[in-house]
Design a protein around this ligand. Sequence first.
Ligand SMILES: Nc1ncnc2c1ncn2[C@@H]1O[C@H](COP(=O)(O)OP(=O)(O)O)[C@@H](O)[C@H]1O
Ligand SMILES: Cc1ncc(C[n+]2csc(CCOP(=O)(O)OP(=O)(O)O)c2C)c(N)n1
Ligand SMILES: [Mg+2]
Ligand SMILES: [Mg+2]
Ligand SMILES: [Mg+2]
Length: 306
Amino acid sequence: MGTIGDVGEFGLIARLTRRLPPGPSVPLGPGDDAAVVAAPDGRVVATTDLLVEGRHFRRDWSGPYDIGRKAAAQNLADVVAMGARPTALLVGFAAPPSTDAEWAERLYDGLADECRAAGASVAGGDVVGAPEITLAVTALGDLGGGAPLTRSGARPGDVVAVRGRLGHAAAGLALLTAGLEGPAELIAAHRRPEPPYAAGGEARAHGATALLDVSDGLVQDLGHIAAASGVRIDIDSAAVPVPDVLGPDGLRHALTGGEDHAFAGSFPPDARLPATWRRIGVVAEGSGVHVDGREPPAGGWDHFRT
Ligand SMILES: Nc1ncnc2c1ncn2[C@@H]1O[C@H](COP(=O)(O)OP(=O)(O)O)[C@@H](O)[C@H]1O
Ligand SMILES: Cc1ncc(C[n+]2csc(CCOP(=O)(O)OP(=O)(O)O)c2C)c(N)n1
Ligand SMILES: [Mg+2]
Ligand SMILES: [Mg+2]
Ligand SMILES: [Mg+2]
């Protein structure tokens, strides 16, 4: 089929959008000046996360399908972390003209499949030529009449709980970086996060007082809840799920590794959480995040310090 330079801008758009299924919340999808997205609640939850080649993924480490799934997952998880139902993605795609057109099509298959898993679809986007591959994804969501689950509602006495994997993507990235063989599930976790999208509805149903998705590292991200809520979060490291597959640095990966897009939040002390949620700590008066009563280990992703 050739490169995206061979097929040209409008040939590429046709090839990509052909692969996108219609979505329940997108009455008018790709093909016009803009899309129409249903917003039954009347308010729209909106979030955007960029993915840059070499920073978020490497083409020699991840195939296009997984990069597409990851780009969608990273954004859909932020909508779910607000307690909303994802409705649509808008996808900006920058790539060199030498990019294989089939590579781009597989990327869109990944975007489409991850959207399907979350009940959303791709409503539109943009393509441009650029020296490196960049994906600029915007996700929209609907609150269904509920209050948003913000970072600012945690109260002393609440319990802190997580749902989803911690440390897996970081352990996989560490293996790839070191050029080591390791458990395939860790490499797969780096390539494709698999956020447990049901967590948003569950958190809402159980009265969550705050919620976020863990993108940069558990301790760092819980620090955002602590700061926004004006509280301290005390984590009990023995309660943090650290499966053997994570290896000897498992606890460090679980506390500081991002990109699994687990959901972490605070709940009233008497919340009866499903077994899929793990209680890992409590909310107290004060500030910051403590692990076993001490300052936590350094770590967590910072784009300008990593
Ligand atoms: N360039 C920017 N302009 C405006 N707001 C931004 C910008 N970058 C980040 N933010 C906002 O700062 C907050 C934290 O961003 P970030 O750490 O990327 O969140 P998340 O981990 O949920 O993706 C978000 O509300 C985001 O919208
Ligand atoms: C090639 C490569 N190097 C390093 C990483 C690790 N990494 C890149 S971004 C990031 C944090 C999450 O991404 P970010 O853009 O901060 O998302 P947000 O917090 O805004 O949701 C991590 C752990 C990676 N995924 N791939
Ligand atoms: Mg972000
Ligand atoms: Mg994010
Ligand atoms: Mg981040």
